[in-house]
Design a protein. Structure first.
Length: 708
């Protein structure tokens, strides 16, 4: 059948793919379907979804599929869900609007106002009453959200003769409904949630016809800032059902029995307005484990909630979604089929997901072309960052740009007048932000960092190469391992099983074991967590083991990461069964279990350091845990000479080779730390006399270091 311009074409709604060029108020249709209704690039179409109608400019995509890709501004206007039918209809030539009124979110300068009008005119944006348009007037696709008000609700376009009235600024114009277009890097989670939530809410009879009971509860858990609450809000808005969103603390009453009454009232309201979605944030507050010294009020509240969830089996059209970052604190009675059918882990995003999240948070920032290209690089350098961390990173980059622009123009007053290409975020702003923003999962992990580079480790060429290769293979992703294996999945899997173990660095005190690991973390570009045995032990029963588990859990959440077990002989001493003190045995057992879990999960490289390896429990040193043993010896004569020359050069002293060799011979048996102390002592002697360091200062410092 031939379809002409007046016929409508039913398609299924879909979102633009990540990195798509579909504008926020544009619609993308396949080339075949455009030809079927006689449309070309840039024409206007009417979109119908039931009682909702919107107009948009059409763009084409190459795939011949029955999908219409809607820009993110069209979703709330059409109240459409992914996969739902949408009718696309050609509207023909639009008349030029006689007048229009534009309401911006903030006061505009004259130049900004003119550029806004030029953009609306050049893009051919359909203008109709109540339409909110994201005008991309800055570089990098950034812009401002404005509301268009016209005398006629029919679509028109802006022309040179259109009289435009700039209305008083209204902050509420920039307020938006959160949709799944604002959630990045969670495609699999969103797809699973739609299966668990959308069908039971909107098509409950489908389950009944199959003779199965629809699911009634979904629990999202994971570290803070990974997007659990955001996913719940976006899903509720997309489904268009009655949503009850509240924190668990809002349900807790101040008098006896008030909490249970609040829960009963919440569920009764939700049932009365079905289909409805009940979302409880911080669910562990209201569903406390009743076996862990819970108060009587907590026990009653948890029991009441269990009873209410059991009652959902007899009704349709109500689902409970809950979020928590302390899933271990929830009563086990909730975590069974029939109550919470699914427990979905929302963890830190991988590299591709981080790039998508950064694109979302920077889509309205004025980015230079170089900054847009740098997004992928930044995503690769932010391992372990959650969605909230990436949002903070994007904001910090914007603040760095503001400081840079203001400092170059003597204040924010002059910088506020910047427009066009002068007002832009550059790659250097992201680099500056990366130096100050770190993963939130590591904020309460005390790490001792040393500013030492890989090239500053003098000598140890073979050992450094071996460590770097082991660390690179252990922390790389499965996709990177597959690429390194030439796309051979079997070879990549075999390589993965071969690196699932840590390394023990042993050698004399002061030989540079810890410094080597610190430099390796910087060389690999991964997150660094240092665990010292002396800081793990606690006077309270069970706290030491929990400290070990918590540190390894944080390292796993921040993967790719490198874990340094410094002074591991104090953390995992040889277990003696005939002693009355069992704290050491419990800590070692917790360490063994944590090592097995974190190494099996991948992308975590564990390195232990000790100068007394004979005191370490043999279970820690077996193959599969810290099975690779590498010695870091004291420097030989050649390395001592190289160390002395390199350290003296940092203090502005260039020594003759013969003098360096003489010092190296006189420091036989010294460690790398002793050599550093020697040069530091000589520099201090010269500084006290306010002169440059000389070779004589090194010679005079020799007896002082020898006595130490």
């Amino acid at each position: 059948m031939v379809i002409n311009n007046t016929d409508a074409l039913p398609l299924k709604a879909s979102r633009p793919a990540a990195g798509s060029k579909v504008g926020p108020s544009e619609v993308s249709v396949s080339v075949a379907h455009l030809q079927a209704i006689g449309l070309a690039e840039g024409d206007a179409v009417a979109l119908h979804n039931g009682d909702h109608t919107a107009w948009a400019v059409v763009r084409s995509h190459d795939h011949d599929e029955t999908l219409v890709r809607l820009g993110r501004m069209l979703w709330p206007q059409l109240a459409v869900r992914p996969g739902e039918p949408v009718t696309v209809e050609a509207v023909g030539e639009r008349p030029t609007a006689d007048s229009a009124r534009i309401t911006p979110p903030y006061n505009l300068t004259f130049n900004l106002h003119q550029r806004l009008l030029e953009r609306l005119r050049d893009d051919g944006t359909p203008l109709y009453a109540g339409n909110r348009v994201l005008a991309e007037i800055y570089p990098g696709g950034a812009g401002m959200l404005v509301r268009i008000d016209l005398a006629s609700p029919s679509p028109s376009k802006m022309g040179d003769s259109t009289e435009v009235e700039l209305h008083r600024a209204d902050v509420s114009v920039s307020e938006r409904l959160i949709t799944l277009a604002d959630v990045g890097g969670c495609d699999q989670i969103v797809r699973r949630l739609r299966e668990l939530v959308e069908l039971p809410l909107l098509r409950p009879a489908f389950y009944r016809r199959l003779g199965v009971r629809p699911p009634k509860g979904v629990l999202l858990h994971g570290p803070p800032g990974t997007g659990k609450t955001l996913i719940c809000k976006a899903l509720a808005n997309e489904l268009g059902v009655t949503a009850y969103r509240m924190s668990a603390t809002e349900l807790v009453g101040s008098v006896q029995g008030e909490t249970e009454a609040n829960l009963r009232l919440l569920f009764s309201r939700a049932l009365a307005h079905a289909p409805s979605l009940v979302m409880i944030d911080e669910f562990d507050v209201i569903a406390t484990n009743r076996e862990r010294l819970a108060s009587q009020s907590d026990v009653r509240a948890a029991s009441q909630l269990l009873t209410l969830m059991d009652g959902l089996e007899e009704v349709d059209g109500l689902i409970l979604m809950a979020t928590t970052n302390r899933i271990q604190a929830i009563d086990p009675a909730f975590r069974r089929p029939g109550r919470f059918e699914e427990e979905i882990f929302v963890g830190p995003p991988h590299q591709e997901a981080r790039a998508e999240i950064l694109s979302i948070h920077t889509r309205e920032m004025p980015l230079t072309a170089e900054a847009q290209d740098a997004i992928a690089t930044v995503a690769g350098e932010t391992g372990g960052f959650t969605g909230a961390d990436l949002m903070h990173l994007a904001r910090s980059a914007g603040l760095e740009a503001a400081d840079r622009l203001a400092s170059g123009r003597d204040g924010f007053e002059l910088a506020d007048s910047l427009e066009g290409s002068d007002l832009a975020v550059e790659p250097g702003d992201f680099e500056a932000a990366l130096r100050t923003v770190r993963p939130s999962v590591l904020r309460d992990v005390v790490t001792r960092t040393e500013r030492i580079g890989w090239d500053q480790i003098v000598g140890l060429g073979e050992l450094k190469a071996r460590l770097r290769e082991l660390g690179r293979r252990a922390t790389q992703t499965d996709s990177a391992r597959s690429e390194a294996a030439g796309g051979d999945t079997a070879t990549a899997a075999a390589g993965a099983t071969g690196v699932e173990q840590g390394v023990l660095l042993h050698g004399p005190a002061g030989s540079g074991k810890s410094a080597l690991v610190h430099a390796l973390a910087a060389e690999l570009g991964v997150n660094f967590v240092a665990i010292e045995g002396s800081k793990v032990y606690n006077q309270w029963l069970g706290e030491s083991e929990e400290a070990v588990r918590a540190l390894f859990r944080r390292a796993a959440e921040a993967r790719p990461s490198l874990v340094l077990l410094d002074h591991i002989d104090a953390l995992a001493p040889v277990r003696a069964g005939d002693t009355g003190e069992r704290t050491d045995e419990r800590v070692v057992s917790a360490l063994l279990a944590s090592l097995d879990d974190v190494l099996a999960g991948g992308q975590v490289f564990v390195v232990g350091a000790s100068n007394r390896p004979e005191l370490i429990d043999e279970a820690v040193l077996r193959s599969g845990r810290l099975g690779m043993h590498l010695e870091v010896p004291n420097p030989d004569t050649a390395r001592r000479a190289a160390l002395i020359a390199a350290l003296a050069d940092t203090h502005g002293l260039e020594l003759d080779a013969d003098l360096v060799a003489e010092l190296a011979e006189g420091t036989a048996g010294w460690s790398a730390a002793d050599i550093m102390m020697l040069v530091s002592e000589a520099a201090s002697r010269a500084a006290l006399e306010d002169r440059a360091m000389s070779f004589d200062d090194l010679v005079e410092a020799l007896p002082a270091i020898t006595r130490l």
